[in-house]
Design a protein. Structure first.
Length: 156
């Protein structure tokens, strides 16, 4: 269940530094301007808008790539994912897979054999973000096509 809370004083680790400098952090006793964001929590996550929540679940350098690989290639073992993403460390892949599993985006199946075989797959929730990733992929292709050799956007 989503809980809505008003901000009381500076946010731990994420306050807008300019707001802090000017003393404009929202507190419970201040009148709220129309459309002002309130702090919400869901599953222990604090966020001010649903885009922030979405990025907490699927954002970062590796999570979209992991989700995309599982979508395109289907069920994969850890080593296969690592091989498909040579720049990710084993520690980071493990951490990202655990977070995706905790959030219900990826399922982890351990086969009872020696040595243990562990497979990862997208859940229905994980599949639900594929249209977002497809849009990101299309945007990236278009940016790549239009960018100059130095990577600056041209023609947008």
């Amino acid at each position: 269940m989503e809980k809505e809370t008003t901000l009381r004083g500076p946010r731990a680790g994420g306050a807008n530094p300019r707001a802090r400098e000017k003393g404009t952090e929202m507190t419970e006793d201040q009148p709220r301007p129309d459309g002002a964001c309130t702090l919400k929590t869901l599953g222990g996550r604090g966020y001010y808008c649903t885009i922030e929540l979405c990025l907490q679940v699927i954002g970062g350098k590796w999570k979209p790539i992991i989700l995309w690989r599982l979508h395109v290639e289907g069920i994969r073992r850890f080593g296969e994912l690592k091989k498909a993403m040579p720049n990710i460390t084993q520690k980071m892949l493990t951490q990202q897979l655990r977070e995706l599993e905790t959030d219900g985006m990826v399922s982890r199946h351990v086969h009872p054999e020696v040595p243990p075989r562990v497979e990862y797959a997208l859940t229905a929730l994980g599949e639900s973000v594929i249209p977002i990733l497809e849009s990101m992929c299309a945007w990236g292709r278009e940016f790549e096509r239009r960018a100059d050799p130095d990577g600056r956007a041209v023609g947008f």
